[in-house]
Design a protein around this ligand. Structure first.
Ligand SMILES: Nc1ncnc2c1ncn2[C@@H]1O[C@H](COP(=O)(O)OP(=O)(O)OP(=O)(O)O)[C@@H](O)[C@H]1O
Length: 329
């Protein structure tokens, strides 16, 4: 049994469109114009304990809707969810005790309290025992430097400090799963690093499973071995990050620095992207020729001084996916 099991999950939203004018308003009152929108349209996946999974997709893909159903905030129209074998809809309390949730756009801290007082309040709400609480605060002092912030009122924290506070608050009850929705949104480079270090550490030290929703592709590249990509309420990709990127963006670039000008720069299996004096870049499909073959061929006739091979660009691959330029079988 996987830690998180999602089967054929559907969420329909019912939208009521209002007509204009007095006559329209009256009509809408008695005969509302209802339209159904699929927020999530038949999603299935399994997540194993200890994974860090990027749950990504373009705006309106259905990411937040899924996370809200997984955390028991929303009821699915149909389909099933099991978290450690338990349905969040049937036994929300049992599931919530195993989850930590952070929504980057909102905070669960209390504006009028100091950060440390906010933690104390959460301790009581979640009934966290003294030892677990102390142990977790100590860990968060090491990983996030939270000890320096506990005396500051939450409203005075910078965005980056507040996010550190939110992350610490989310793990005070030692959850086995963390749902993070845009945890790096709006943060400066240093705070983004701190958030990413935290995610790596909590996963490494405690085996916490992390489901990460983000539009920041650096988050994806640095943290996620596996991606679940959703679009239009459906899963369009599910697999290792490198496999997905390799398949969608098979092109690599070989950059050569030549010692002196050479006559025949062409290669039958590579395209010359740029030539700038003694620098030449080739684009090649790694399914047609390997970097080693290309270098071996070219070095027979070109005076190569230095070279660099650039890996496929994750951003290109993800952009293609979001644009819907990829056909799904
Ligand atoms: N409360 C709601 N009422 C009606 N429609 C909704 C509601 N919430 C979401 N939707 C619709 O459901 C679809 C999925 O929205 P959702 O917020 O889950 O997407 P998302 O992938 O999280 O997007 P974003 O990256 O912009 O946060 C969208 O078409 C959205 O307009």
């Amino acid at each position: 049994m996987a830690l998180i099991e999602v089967r054929d999950l559907v969420k329909e939203y019912v939208l009521t469109t209002k007509k204009t004018g007095l006559r329209g308003s009256l009509q809408s009152l008695f005969f509302p114009d209802k339209r159904r929108v699929h927020g999530v349209d038949g999603i299935s996946f399994d997540i194993e304990s200890g994974e860090i999974v990027g749950y990504i997709g373009p705006n309106g893909a259905g990411k937040s809707t899924t996370i809200k159903m997984l955390t028991g905030i929303l009821h699915p129209t149909s389909g099933t969810i099991r978290i450690n074998g338990i349905s969040p809809q049937k036994d929300r309390k049992a599931v919530v005790s195993q989850l930590g949730v952070v929504f980057g756009q909102r905070t669960q801290l209390y504006w009028d309290l100091r950060l440390g007082e906010s933690f104390e309040l959460l301790k009581r709400i979640y009934r966290i025992d003294d030892e677990t609480f102390r142990m977790n605060l100590n860990t968060m002092a090491d990983v996030l430097g939270i000890d320096k912030l506990v005396d500051t009122p939450v409203r005075q924290l910078s965005l980056g400090q507040r996010m550190k506070g939110d992350l610490a608050a989310a793990v005070l009850h030692s959850p086995s799963i963390l749902f993070l929705d845009e945890p790096t949104i709006g943060l400066d480079v240093e705070s983004k690093h701190a958030v990413r270090d935290f995610i790596r550490e909590i996963n490494r030290q405690r085996g916490t499973t992390v489901v990460l929703t983000t539009h920041d592709l650096d988050d994806v590249e640095q943290l996620c071995e596996r991606l679940i990509v959703v679009s239009g309420g459906k899963v369009v990709e599910d697999g290792p990050l490198r496999t997905i990127v390799g398949r969608l963006a098979p092109f690599r670039v070989l950059e050569l620095q030549l010692e002196r000008a050479a006559a025949n720069l062409q290669h039958s299996k590579a395209e010359i992207l740029r030539q700038d004096g003694l620098r030449v870049s080739y684009r090649f499909d790694r399914n047609l020729v390997t970097a080693a073959e290309l270098i071996a061929d070219l070095s027979q006739r070109l005076p190569i001084q230095d070279l660099k091979v650039k890996e496929p660009d994750i951003e290109d691959a993800i952009r293609e996916l979001y644009r819907g330029n990829v056909a799904y079988g």
